[in-house]
Design a protein around this ligand. Structure first.
Ligand code: GAL
Length: 386
């Protein structure tokens, strides 16, 4: 790693610490708040304008991402146009068009639909504006210059591992348990939005991990719905997952059999699934997985309702995107650690992948509180501070 890059990341870390100190956690601030150090940043924006396009504020993680990217860029001397598109594809296209018109020097985009932005990217390329895909790959375009994300396949492996741990088939280290219960366990699986490239990676990683257990009959997907097209959830909507779980209970479990485990690809969906099970009279939840360490779900995990989540530290992702932006604007190529995995249909996009962690009730403190992501008070309340 170059010294300059380390300095950039260190700046981000200092900033995250400052934010944590001032705001009680880097994950929960809102766009309305002025980040710490904003006064100085506002005076020193000669770096130019950078457009940051985020999908939605419904899933709280994107608010944390947007705040962290904005703060990091401002700290580095840029002016930031941060926009949320309300999960509406035309709105996102329009917001990006406007960023280009306003003279943005670089774009950082978390796409709603990974295939819907080719027109905007053509315009960006024509204007010589580098594009960084943030967390979600932008597909079908030559004009994506870099991708910062987590190891998405491994996120799916971690989700399935957590489910197997919850069922007592693996121990907390992910090793086979000698006297594991034989099953069969009735499980159901859910996936994210088909237009989100990540949803496919999560599902593939999870299903590959569950496959031996499905093949030998330890696990049974009682509904028979095991294809991503059957189990996907458009726009990652919690209500859609709740409705599907309700339908599954009616169609496949009205004979009195219990759902014994659910693979949920993120926390918003997990909460919808939990609501469906609670409404159907389940007093104790089977193991239900998640992703994003959203505050409402972290509380549910602490309370023994949701079983697990995957912690993707959005502060690290933001730092990485800021470092990549600085490289591009200095005329350099950012450092990639994966140049094979993310083929967007036109080219393999050079990527920087970060690692994620499985969160269970007993490591919430170590992973989320000690790192300053959430405070113990926020977790107890199930809500981010202001
Ligand atoms: C994915 C992202 C997940 C989750 C989901 C819902 O693209 O990688 O972490 O947040 O979107 O918005």
């Amino acid at each position: 790693m170059s010294t300059r890059k380390f300095a950039a990341i260190a700046t981000g870390m200092t900033l995250a610490l400052t934010l944590a100190a001032c705001g009680g956690g880097g994950a929960g601030t809102t766009d309305d708040e002025q980040p710490a150090g904003d006064d100085t940043a506002a005076e020193d924006t000669e770096g130019g304008l950078i457009g940051v396009s985020m999908p939605t504020q419904v899933s709280e993680r994107w608010i944390a991402d947007g705040d962290a990217v904005k703060a990091g860029l401002e700290e580095a001397g840029y002016e930031v146009d941060l926009q949320y598109a309300g999960d509406d594809i035309p709105t996102q296209s329009q917001q990006i068009d406007q960023m280009i018109t306003k003279g943005a020097k670089l774009l950082i985009i978390a796409a709603i639909d990974g295939t819907a932005l080719a027109g905007q990217l053509d315009a960006a390329a024509a204007a010589g504006i580098p594009v960084i895909a943030y967390d979600r790959l932008i597909r079908d375009s030559e004009n994506v210059d870099f991708y910062v994300t987590f190891d998405n396949y491994n996120v799916g492996v971690q989700q399935a591992t957590a489910l197997l741990v919850g069922l007592g088939l693996l121990d907390a280290e992910g090793n086979e348990v000698a006297d594991a219960p034989a099953g069969p366990f009735n499980i159901e699986v859910f996936a994210g939005s088909l237009d989100d490239n990540n949803a496919h990676f999560f599902f593939d990683g999870a299903m590959e991990t569950l496959k031996p257990y499905l093949d030998d009959g330890t696990l049974v997907i009682k509904s028979g719905q095991a294809e991503i097209e059957q189990v996907a959830t458009l726009r990652w909507a919690g209500e859609t997952a709740q409705k599907r779980m309700e339908d599954l209970l009616t169609s496949s479990y009205s004979d009195g059999t219990q759902v014994q485990g659910v693979l949920s690809p993120n926390d918003t969906l997990a909460r919808g699934i939990i609501t469906a099970l609670q409404n159907a009279g389940y007093t104790e939840m089977p193991p239900i997985t998640g992703q994003d360490a959203e505050i409402a779900s972290v509380k549910l995990i602490a309370d023994g309702v949701q079983f697990s989540t995957i912690f993707k530290d959005t502060r690290k992702l933001a730092d990485q995107s800021v470092a990549a932006a600085q490289d591009f604007l200095a005329g350099e190529e950012p450092e990639a650690n994966d140049t094979e995995t993310y083929d967007n249909g036109v080219k393999v996009v050079p990527s920087y992948l970060l690692e994620s962690d499985i969160v269970y009730a007993d490591n919430i403190e170590a992973l989320l509180v000690e790192s300053g992501y959430w405070t113990a008070e926020e977790i107890a309340a199930g809500q981010a501070d202001g």
